[in-house]
Design a protein around this ligand. Structure first.
Ligand SMILES: O=C(O)CCC(=O)C(=O)O
Ligand SMILES: [Fe+2]
Length: 331
């Protein structure tokens, strides 16, 4: 069987993907998780054994398309799947004209903007296809239901740069054309994928970037917590996107938030964009509490309609795409 990607569907479960590399190794990807494995070809059967212990057996149809299969773990049947080859997504066409940047949120003392419906539903689906098609090896293996991916060089290395993929460059263009981005264009893009209920420790995005971050929320609504950076003690500021070869996703600095509860929250609806600049970039920590539902409480500062207050918002799998401008390395 040829190298490539297969999309697996199971009743009542989020999609999974299996990838086969030329050397017979491969990857299993579930929301928030990437696991390595090996492919084996047996007569009439194709087997992928993940390091997690799960075994995917698929019968090969006459046209070499894997159609039906069984997932087992130590001999126990976990479920049945159907699979089809994943075709590369078409280039991201011109996006539906996104809305312009509204004024900063009046309820917050700092510069935070919220743009509901920044992407249309069709554009959201197209962007998610591109995210899903990124080879598993580029993702940092997920922990606590979140995996990350970055474009534009390693997060922590100043000046290291790399061209953005076409779809990410199109999104950058949309940010600039809509006026939602000012200053030097974004040149660094981080993608977070969260399993339902996964969180993110409070952090700032750090001084390697210009003081502006724009974040697209896709796939699910979520409530983001904003914390004030304490003058001393408590949380330690640091580059949010981690260090070294592990790539994005490992927090350099984390702290005990117990003494530092959020002073405000943002309800990030799917397809929205939010922008934090200047003071809000440098002096507010942001994070996501791990939980399966959010309740829209009194701290939420960006409601579009007052009757949203009190709403219980379930959290499905979510993807966020974070845009920043990384400074060049000093000469
Ligand atoms: O998922 C989000 O909305 C937040 C992501 C974030 O803050 C980060 O990746 O630095
Ligand atoms: Fe962040």
């Amino acid at each position: 069987m040829m190298a490539g990607r297969w999309v697996l569907q199971r009743r009542g479960q989020p999609e999974e993907a299996l990838e086969r590399l030329e050397d017979g190794s491969g990857w299993l990807t579930r929301t928030g998780e990437t696991v390595r494995g090996r492919w084996k070809e047996l007569p009439g059967l194709l087997r992928f054994v993940a390091t997690s212990g799960d075994c995917y057996d698929g019968s090969v149809g006459a046209d070499a398309q894997l159609v039906h299969g069984l997932i087992t773990r130590t001999g126990r049947v976990l479920g049945r799947f159907t699979a089809f080859p994943d075709t590369p997504p078409p280039p991201l066409a011109a996006l539906t004209a996104p809305p312009a940047l509204p004024p900063a949120l009046a309820a917050l003392p700092r510069s935070v903007h919220y743009v509901p419906q920044f992407l249309s539903a069709d554009d959201e689906a197209a962007v998610l296809r591109h995210v899903r098609a990124v080879p598993a090896a580029r993702w940092s293996a997920g922990a606590h239901g979140r995996r990350t991916l970055n474009f534009g060089g390693r997060p922590s290395e100043q000046g290291e740069s790399e061209a953005l993929p076409e779809w990410a460059a199109s999104l950058c263009l949309a940010l600039m054309q809509s006026g939602c981005w000012a200053g030097e264009p974004p040149n660094h893009v981080l993608v977070n994928e969260y399993a339902s209920g996964a969180g993110l420790d409070p952090h700032t995005d750090g001084p390697l970037y210009a003081a502006r971050v724009a974040t697209l929320s896709l796939g699910s609504d979520v409530v983001l917590d904003l914390h004030r950076v304490p003058k001393e003690g408590g949380l330690r500021p640091g580059a949010a996107w981690g260090e070294g070869g592990g790539g994005a996703g490992e927090r350099e600095a984390e702290g005990d938030v117990d003494g530092c509860p959020p002073f405000a929250q943002l309800l990030l609806r799917r397809r929205s964009l939010h922008v934090m600049c200047d003071d809000a970039y440098s002096h507010c920590w942001h994070g996501i509490t791990a939980r399966k539902h959010d309740v829209v409480g009194p701290l939420v500062a960006n409601l579009q309609h007052e009757d949203e207050r009190g709403e219980t918002v379930p959290r499905g799998p979510r993807v966020s795409i974070v845009f920043v401008h990384k400074f060049a390395a000093p000469a």
